[in-house]
Ligand binder design. Structure first.
Ligand code: COA
Length: 313
């Protein structure tokens, strides 16, 4: 028993911050940034809010669906690690703009960059054996919280949103492993700005992700080598390469597509999913891993097993 993806769409704001722009703001270089992160530029929301980006992504995701499907959406989760608006919650603000019905459980969820993965776990349990649909919209605007005089953080983050619609299916299988470790010193917001010990986050991700991926594969009775695609949080391309090397698997199974987007926090995985749909890769994937990690510290890994059955569109 599992869930299947009905539709996915992302919204990337038009504003752009290049490595050359950053060279003028802090002591850094295009060469250093590309070597350490693979990044060339980042999408920046400028005047657009998290709510507006969430609406844009949500509308695109629902655009081709009929009213019967829309009527079956009974849960909406908006994930973010950078809410400016706490009350009313963003999810409540987007129910009507997205044309959703009022009989809906709508709430916001923040678990740093792992938010989307944790939302998926709630969705899977909520949908079980029903014919309801669940909409998860991830929207983050970290540029509101980045100190553009701190070269250790400002090179990394971009803004964006992505929406995914899910339903229950008997044909696919779903397995997950979540972890939460109390460590408020590695990645946190104090006052206006995000502070990060980048090297520690790097070590944490590279040190823990491979073990959790193995564990979730064991749960689902799948060999790691038989996972076709690993969609890992696009935090830093080098983290992803390092996990691929640990398993001695080809880089193609570990796509890195954030070079001109940046680390967007919670939308990074669903943005990557939309890219993989556009590239016609997700549709052909039998076993799929989704993995997030970030502030908290938090970690979540999902195995979707289902012979392409989890993707409808
Ligand atoms: N340009 C040039 N030099 C820089 C720099 C920049 N933008 N940022 C840091 N440096 C310098 C440091 O001051 C340090 O200099 P020193 O050796 O003279 O002290 C040196 O580069 C190495 O710093 P370090 O922080 O160890 O670099 P790094 O290789 O770890 O790369 C990150 C920094 C941020 C790119 C990297 O740690 C990273 O991406 N970590 C993961 C962060 C992450 O995933 N966060 C999100 C989680 S959701």
């Amino acid at each position: 028993m599992g869930i299947r993806l009905i539709s996915a769409a992302s919204h990337l704001p038009k504003g752009r911050l290049t490595n050359f722009d950053l060279e003028k703001m802090v002591e850094t270089s295009d060469e250093w940034i590309q070597q350490r992160t693979g990044l060339i530029s980042r999408t920046i929301a400028e005047d657009e809010t998290i709510t507006e980006m969430a609406i844009e992504a949500g509308k695109k995701c629902l655009a081709d669906l009929n009213q019967e499907t829309i009527d079956k959406i009974k849960i909406l989760i908006v994930t973010s690690a950078s809410y400016l608006q706490v009350v009313p919650h963003v999810s409540a603000s987007i129910v009507e703009p997205l044309g959703l019905n009022r009989d809906i459980l709508a709430f916001d969820l923040n678990a740093g960059c792992t938010s989307y993965i944790y939302a998926m776990d709630i969705v899977e349990k909520y949908l079980k054996e029903t014919d309801n649909y669940a909409l998860v919209v991830a929207s983050d605007k970290l540029s509101d919280y980045v100190d553009y005089t701190d070269r250790g953080t400002c090179i990394l983050f971009g803004d964006g949103a992505a929406a995914t619609l899910w339903s229950y299916t008997e044909k696919a299988e779903y397995y997950s492993i979540n972890q939460t470790i109390t460590n408020p010193d590695v990645l946190y917001r104090e006052g206006k700005y995000v502070h990060m010990n980048g090297a520690e986050v790097f070590k944490f991700a590279v040190g823990t992700l491979p073990g959790l991926i193995e564990d979730v594969c064991e749960k689902g009775d799948v060999n790691v080598e038989d996972v076709d695609l690993f969609l890992l949080h696009q935090a830093n391309g080098r983290i992803i390469e390092s996990v691929a090397r640990k398993f001695r698997l080809e880089d193609e199974r570990f796509p890195v597509r954030y070079q001109n987007i940046g680390n967007t926090s919670s939308p990074s995985i669903p943005i990557l999913m939309t890219q993989m749909l556009e590239e016609n890769v997700l549709q052909k994937t039998e076993n799929l891993i989704l993995a997030g990690f970030g502030a908290g510290l938090s970690l979540g890994v999902i195995l979707l097993k289902g012979n392409g059955q989890y993707v409808v569109k």
